[in-house]
Design a protein around this ligand. Structure first.
Ligand SMILES: [Zn+2]
Length: 77
């Protein structure tokens, strides 16, 4: 009986490429990347800075979606 499945090594997770939240570029989502999900320490700092400064600002208009019933299409008048 040969039941050989291609099992990934648990000690070495596959490298996943994710989108860097700061620059939108490819980022390695892997333990070897301490800045994940960011692609680089710089992007991590950038995002942290943006997030921190946003805390001091109240959003002018909150991105609240109007609660419209899904059965009500927009009327073009
Ligand atoms: Zn980045």
């Amino acid at each position: 009986m040969t039941d050989q499945r291609a099992r990934p090594d648990p000690e070495e997770p596959p490298v996943r490429l994710v989108k860097c939240p700061a620059c939108g570029g490819p980022s390695r989502y892997h333990p070897s990347n301490p800045d994940r999900p960011f692609c680089s320490p710089r992007c991590r700092q950038l995002d942290l800075g943006a997030w921190a400064s946003e805390r001091f600002r109240l959003p002018a208009d909150a991105p609240q979606e109007p609660q419209t019933p899904s059965a009500a299409p927009f009327q073009d008048v």
